[in-house]
Design a protein around this ligand. Sequence first.
Ligand code: CA
Length: 224
Amino acid sequence: MRILVVEDEVKVAAFVRQALEEEGHAVDVAHDGEAGLKLACLSEYDLLVLDWLLPGRDGPAVCRALREAGNRLPILMLTARDAVEDRIVGLDAGADDYLVKPFALGELLARARALLRRGGPALPTLRAGDLTLDPATRHVRRGGREIILSAKEYALLEYLMRHAGNTVTRSLIMEHVWDFDFDSGTNVVDVYINYLRNKVDRGHGVKLIHTVRGVGYRLDEHGE
Ligand code: CA
């Protein structure tokens, strides 16, 4: 999933980013409200982690601006304020949930997972032929046999399965599985596709991951 973190405290932002990346998400960071709002409007995120107190436009103002623009992106607000009135302001502004600072990393990840589940079109098990991926448990199986994937391999496979039957370009994959500003000159997508092929297709008569020459990749149970 693709997550935007808007937090002016550089240390906190880096900490949150690392934790989310370790769970296999692609994370962009903005350090003020204006930049955060711009990014949220420019590209498609699955979740926004938004600090309340920001230079310039504050968290609730960013929330309101997004909602007024019709953006339904799930928003998790971070706040140092724990007063009931403040919570009400945050929720009224359009936040879906919020977390009081200082928070335990585990709690942030649990809230993020809950919002990602709620935000997406629910999370039923994804299937392509005899390959299944359960987003709730992150279990992947082919022909009933469990496949162990790294966080990035999992994120890539989930992205391909969500778009099964359609060709996805390398740049779309980069955007959703890696970071916005990841060096796109590298062949990291192809390298990870190879890792996945070894784990998912190797030894199976029917190949699921197909190269679309000059364009990208397609996961398809119906072959070429
Ligand atoms: Ca702050």
